[in-house]
Write a protein that binds this ligand. Structure first.
Ligand code: VG1
Ligand code: CO
Length: 543
């Protein structure tokens, strides 16, 4: 087993996006593509000689093959040890926890997260730093620079490593420690939440349905919700991870998790419903007959987090991505704690969490998390909800109604236009950027623009600046629209239009969001010319 050095040439387009590098699976399978990127990660972080890394993924097609390649490359590059999830599986939050718990030099996560999987779908790879979080731009810039000058990679010529059972083995001089992917994570959840209270709730007849969407959270949810908390067997559905997520789209929103929505809206609906995404870091929350928007979920969790043991002393602060609604800001104000507004992507929360400035973070895209790891965490959010439901013994609908009555309701929706030709999408954004300064004072569809700018973020901890993070337009009545292009897609461009309107009139808190937002939707189209410029009559996905 000798390490060999393979000559290669830089491959274009290996620039990490919002969350790692995502490409069509077939692109990842092209000759040298994966190897070049892995070597660039190793080079970009200053080499891995003597280092320990965590490795695992969401089990999508090519996960197993890519893991074997990475192990051989890690060995050839002189790593001391790789801690790998059994069958190369680890949910993203479990990987983050393992990196932190074992004090490793970071980890590699094989996932394209909420993107579909399979030979004709998507694959991805992400490097997380020793704090357990996605690499910040200072690191991904170095990785990208390495991809552009790469001339060789190192790999061991060896047989596949057997990852089927836990234990220690060797690959060349490198140690490989195969671990149960669920055990450490489940233990962490027991430390954070009041499992006895949740067990009590469930034994009193409270019913739940968790849809793992054929993705990586299945084994985690079965162990925690059914085995440890006593939810009825079968409460976790679609619990076996499959390489193409059962042919579905592992994105927990009302469109892609429509089976869960149907179950929760039926006459025999359980009390609580939830779903998570491909790699287990997102969550969707429902009660009987109600869907909770991610922005409302974040606000409600912030308001009640002190009911869970880990947060009993209150929150140091909260943070949300810029396009996320201002609902959590209102909770922060009433609690007298700081609220930070960051660019889209979990990597921007890392410094705030490390510095102890924020305890809870969230994004409108169904990501919620806390300082227990450095990734968003789907099952954690589900357990925090269950802890709150157990402590209050109120229904999801009741909690939501009370929340809106106290804080007002930020009606919210996101309209996605997918697979738009890139030049059309860029032209729309460029055109809008060019006229932002003229918008204030003008009226569109009956709404008057108050302010308009392009969001940039100065990190209060390390002073780094991220610019061009979305165009935002606010109106005099408290409404807002944000435009940005997705950084996780693998075909064309996805235009995201984020719509929000604050309502504090107690008589208007129960409207249909699309109706409540109709004026904002009309103003957004009038300002940006979405239909005219994209040729689309309607969004592809409304969440
Ligand atoms: C999307 C979401 C963003 C999220 C990111 C990764 O990014 O909008 O909030 O952090 O996906 O989530 P974009 O650039 O496509 O808007 V995951 O669960 O796919 O890692
Ligand atoms: Co994800």
């Amino acid at each position: 087993m000798e390490p060999i050095t393979v000559e290669t040439k830089p491959i274009q387009g290996q620039k990490p996006g919002t969350s790692g590098l995502r490409k069509k699976t077939r692109v990842f399978k092209e000759s040298h593509f994966l190897e070049n990127y892995v070597q660039s990660i190793f080079d970009g972080i200053g080499g891995i000689e003597g280092k320990t890394l965590v490795l695992g993924g969401d089990g999508r097609h090519f996960n197993d093959r890519a893991a074997q390649v990475i192990l051989r490359m890690a060995a050839a590059n002189g790593a001391r040890r790789v801690i790998v999830g059994q069958e190369a599986l680890l949910s993203t939050p479990a990987a983050s926890h393992l990196i932190r718990k074992r004090g490793t030099d970071g980890g590699l996560i094989l996932s394209a997260s909420h993107n579909p999987g399979g030979p004709d779908a998507d694959f991805g790879l992400k490097y997380n730093t020793p704090n357990g979080g996605p690499a910040p731009e200072s690191v991904t810039d170095k990785i990208y620079a390495a991809t552009q000058g790469l001339t060789r990679y190192r790999i061991l010529e060896a047989q596949d490593v057997d990852l089927t059972s836990p234990g220690l083995q060797h690959l060349g001089d490198m140690e490989i420690e195969v671990v149960d992917p669920v055990a450490d994570y489940a233990m962490l959840m027991e430390e954070i939440f009041d499992f006895d209270a949740i067990r009590g709730l469930l034994s009193d007849g409270f019913r739940l349905r968790f849809d793992a969407m054929h993705a990586v959270t299945g084994p985690y949810a079965v162990e925690i919700l059914e085995n440890r908390l006593g939810a009825a067997s079968g409460s976790v559905v679609n619990a076996t991870p499959s390489p193409d997520f059962g042919g579905g789209h592992p994105d927990p929103n009302p469109i892609w998790a429509r089976d869960l929505v149907a179950a929760m809206m039926s006459d025999d609906a359980p009390d609580f419903g939830a779903a998570s995404d491909g790699d287990g870091d997102r969550n969707m929350i429902m009660g009987r007959g109600v869907y909770v928007t991610p922005s409302d979920s974040l606000a409600l969790l912030a308001a009640h987090a002190h009911l869970a043991p880990a947060y009993k002393d209150g929150l140091k602060g909260v943070a949300r991505s810029m396009p996320t609604s201002g609902a959590v800001d209102r909770v922060a104000r009433s609690k007298g704690i700081d609220c930070y507004e960051t660019p889209t992507g979990w990597k921007f929360f890392g410094n705030l969490l490390d510095a102890g400035r924020a305890t809870l973070c969230g994004e409108e895209s169904a990501g919620t998390g806390s300082d227990h790891v450095r990734e968003k965490d789907g099952l954690w959010a589900v357990l925090l909800w269950l802890n709150i439901l157990a402590a209050t013994r109120k229904s999801v609908a009741e909690l939501l109604r009370e929340h809106w009555t106290e804080h007002g309701r930020n009606y919210y929706s996101r309209h996605d236009y997918e697979d738009v030709e890139s030049d059309k999408a860029n032209a729309l954004i460029d055109g809008l950027r060019g006229k932002l300064s003229q918008l204030p004072g003008q009226s569109f569809a009956g709404l008057t623009v108050e302010g308009a700018d392009e969001f940039s973020y100065d990190d209060p901890v390390d002073g780094s600046r991220a610019s061009a993070q979305g165009l935002r337009i606010s109106f005099t009545g408290g409404e807002r629209v944000v435009f940005r292009l997705s950084g996780t897609g693998t075909a064309g461009a996805t235009l995201r239009v984020y719509l929000e309107a604050l309502e504090i009139d107690p008589d208007k808190l129960a409207e249909d969001p699309q109706e409540a937002l109709a004026p904002v939707i009309a103003a957004a189209d009038e300002i940006a010319g979405i239909r005219a410029q994209t040729g689309r009559d309607a969004p592809d996905v409304i969440t």
